[in-house]
Design a protein around this ligand. Structure first.
Ligand code: AMP
Length: 431
């Protein structure tokens, strides 16, 4: 199967070739013809499947026809939960649409609103937005939707987790009724299906790649170690193996800051990326990491979700996540597109429960390696895989009313909120 067979025009095919893509990913092969037909779509796909091109490419194709956007109007609206995802989608649109005369812009919270209002003045073909800032712009009459043709809701499950449901409902209420709707979500829980009912009509349903499997190209292993020695162990591993470009996950923002300071003290150039960092600081850290100016990027789960970093060779779980699915997401950062990667988790005895939940979820025991000089005093037991399958605990009610730019989905202690998109709650959509 080639991109040309999917019904895309030459300008788009050329841009796709420039990106180095040869074959459509499964979500692209299914979603692109469906969107081009003008039908509504419900797709179960997570980051890493190529879903962004799955909706961006046909959207660009559709918008080449029809009337151009008038002042303060948008013809297509893409709503996504985080600033990073918004920026990445914006970049994809620029890349794939570079031979087309279409306009697009990205708006999100945490930065000045005025420049965004200026950019909307002439109208745009595609607007990418986070929910809170979009409503602010609408309330200030900077954006109108009389010309809206297509709505894309990206990472719908994440939006619900982050408490955006009220904002989403408000947005839906101000959009014209007649439009094409594309809904993407990693999972389709009952809550998402309820939301979907009011959005999509007779949708084509697509599901790709089973969830909760970790790529075989990723070598995964754990280092049992005492909590106090984790920073020293990580420093040694980085230096000894001369790891470059390492994405390190911590559970809390405070933990990310502390570890970054520790690495810097040891002469290892590192930066933290989390919800308390300004947008400017996050963008700068990511750019420097991609260029290789920063060797270690220390991130919390929320900040890291959806980061588009190609072929990352090394992921380190400095802390195990509380929610085992986050482990799968973290590992998804490496070994992409056939590249091999390595993921190591530093696990202390008090994280035994988290380790057991992860090993039950991925249905395998991770190989262990104790590093000389770091033998743990507190023993990490072996987890038992033959017990009941992992069942998620009831999620905490998300706090409502917060806006992007203020909270980024973490609570006061800096912990990540519980995710509710577990496999056991997932009803996979049929093709
Ligand atoms: P996404 O799931 O949209 O975040 O995309 C994941 C990654 O896959 C991004 O780095 C894309 O640039 C890349 N990608 C998307 N489509 C293809 C394709 N057909 N072939 C190779 N890489 C792709």
């Amino acid at each position: 199967m080639s991109f040309a067979a999917l019904g895309l025009s030459d300008s788009i095919l050329k841009a796709v070739t420039d990106k180095g893509y040869h074959t459509p990913s499964p979500i692209q092969a299914q979603a692109i013809p469906a969107v081009l037909q003008g039908t509504d779509l419900m797709a179960a796909a997570q980051t890493g499947t190529g879903k962004t091109a799955g909706f961006t490419l046909p959207l660009l194709e559709l918008l080449t026809q029809g009337e151009r956007a008038q002042a303060n109007q948008a013809r297509a609206l893409i709503i996504t939960p985080t600033r990073e995802l918004a920026a990445q989608i914006g970049q994809s649109i620029s890349d794939y649409g570079k031979y087309l005369p279409l306009t697009s812009t990205v708006v999100f919270g945490g930065v000045k609103i005025n420049p965004q209002m200026m950019r909307l003045r002439k109208g745009v073909d595609i607007l990418v937005a986070t929910p809170g800032r979009l409503l602010d712009l609408y309330n200030q009459r900077a954006i109108k939707f009389n010309q809206l043709e297509v709505l894309v809701l990206d990472e719908a499950d994440r939006m619900l987790d982050m408490g955006f449901i009220h904002d989403i409902r408000k947005i839906l209420a101000i959009l014209p009724k007649h439009r094409q709707n594309l809904l993407f979500s990693a999972t389709f829980s009952d809550e998402i299906r309820r939301l979907a009912k009011g959005i999509v009509h007779n949708p084509i349903e697509i599901s790709v790649s089973p969830r909760n499997t970790t790529a075989e190209t990723v070598k995964q292993w754990i280092c049992p170690v005492d909590k106090k020695k984790k920073s020293a162990l990580l420093t040694q591993l980085i230096q000894e193996h001369q790891w470059e470009q390492v994405l390190v996950f911590t559970r809390t923002k405070r933990g990310a800051n502390q570890l970054t300071r520790h690495l810097e003290e040891k002469g290892i150039h590192a930066a933290a990326i989390h919800g308390n960092k300004s947008q400017g600081a996050r963008t700068k850290a990511l750019a420097e990491f991609k260029q290789g100016a920063i060797r270690i990027l220390v991130a919390t789960d929320i900040a890291a979700r959806g980061l588009d970093i190609d072929q990352l060779p090394q992921v380190v779980n400095f802390d195990l996540p509380n929610v085992p699915e986050d482990y799968v997401h973290r590992i998804g950062r490496t070994g992409r597109a056939g590249a091999t990667g390595q993921a190591v988790s530093l696990v202390s005895a008090d994280e035994f429960q988290q380790l057991s939940d992860i090993e039950r979820l991925i249905k395998k025991r991770l190989p262990r390696e104790i590093i000389d000089g770091f033998d743990p005093l507190h023993v990490l037991p072996e987890s038992r895989l033959n017990t009941k399958p992992y069942k998620p605990k009831k999620p905490k009610k998300p706090k409502v009313g917060h806006r992007d730019g203020q909270r980024s989905g973490t609570n006061k202690q800096g912990n990540q909120p519980r995710r509710r998109n577990s496999q056991s709650q997932t009803r996979r959509v049929k093709k």
